[in-house]
Design a protein around this ligand. Structure first.
Ligand code: ADP
Length: 293
């Protein structure tokens, strides 16, 4: 299954991707997580991305696209993927379309998570992430004690909850504005391609997961287009028969000529074989006659 989760900050893309990843056994690819890891590692990519992220603006397309190209070519992405936070503008959506065509991995669906703006702000201000395993909790919506009852899957110790530096009021306002201006147009982009599904993403986390699963399982799966056939070693006659009806007239005529020529050769060869066979038979009959004499 190859899907995109589309929605404003705080709509639950990350939370739902993590749950879907466990159920469907396909990786979550979050450009936000990849960028945060790059910033934490101090890499050149991280240094270039840091200022935009802290300001709630989009990181440069070239950086994000380079990162996604590499990630989608990794082995685990062959079974499918959940894109979370990517694409975020039309340039990225068009580049993704080209990339997936090259990889022969068409999208199955784009699910838009719909949440009211006031609820978004409430969620973002209560959001906390475990600094070690990256799991997301929400002190205002999910049971806060969950983070205490379950140990961290990385350290085995209690989760170390931190607030993301860009989850402050001013940055959140800018992120919501950027979503409206740059990302919302993607809803139309994917609707036009017949890929868009919209679900109500308010309510309990588990309820939203159920709606998401229902939307995804109602979908017909998009089969990957077949690989272009390697040059056939079969006779040209067979290739000619396989020509689709809409092949240009000249090509069809040429193919028909090949079929006729091949058929004529077969007749001629068969005739030659009959002559040779006939001679053999005559000789055998002759010798048999001689033997009887
Ligand atoms: P959210 O969806 O809550 O805004 P993310 O973790 O997806 O959070 O993204 C955090 C930040 O990382 C964004 O505000 C932006 O600066 C940067 N970012 C993430 N994905 C992209 C992307 N596809 N293109 C450009 N910038 C991105």
């Amino acid at each position: 299954m190859r899907i995109i989760l589309l929605g404003p900050p705080g709509s639950g893309k990350g939370t739902q991707s993590q749950r879907l990843m466990q159920r469907e056994h396909i990786p979550q690819i979050s450009t936000g997580d990849l960028l945060r890891a790059a910033v934490a590692s101090g890499s050149e990519l991280g240094r270039k991305a840091k200022a935009a992220m802290e300001g709630g603006r989009l990181v440069e397309d070239a950086l994000v696209l380079g990162m996604i190209r590499e990630r989608l070519r990794e082995d685990d992405a062959r079974a499918g993927f959940i894109l979370d936070g990517f694409p975020r503008n039309l340039t990225q959506a068009q580049a993704l379309e080209r990339l997936l065509k090259t990889l022969r991995q068409p999208l199955d669906a784009v699910v838009q998570l719909e949440v009211d703006n006031a609820e978004l702000v409430r969620r973002i201000s209560g959001r906390r992430t475990c600094a070690d395993c990256g799991r997301v909790f929400n002190v205002s919506t999910s049971k806060a004690e969950l983070s205490e009852s379950e140990p961290c899957s990385t350290t085995g110790l209690p989760h170390r909850l931190i607030q993301r530096p860009d989850d402050n009021e001013a940055t959140v306002a800018e992120r919501l504005r950027v979503y409206e201006e740059k990302t919302r147009p993607l809803i139309e982009f994917y609707r036009e391609r017949g890929l868009l599904q919209t679900i109500d993403a308010e309510g309990e986390v588990a309820e939203v997961t159920e709606r998401l699963e229902r939307a995804l399982h109602a979908l017909p799966r998009v089969a990957a287009p077949p690989r272009r056939a390697a040059k056939s070693r079969k006779p040209r006659r067979a290739a000619a028969r396989r020509l689709p009806k809409r092949a240009p007239a000249a090509k069809r005529k040429r193919a028909a000529r090949v079929v006729r020529a091949t058929a004529a050769t077969r007749v001629a060869r068969a005739a030659a074989g009959r002559v040779r066979g006939g001679q053999r038979r005559t000789r055998r009959r002759g010798s048999a006659r001689r033997g009887r004499r």
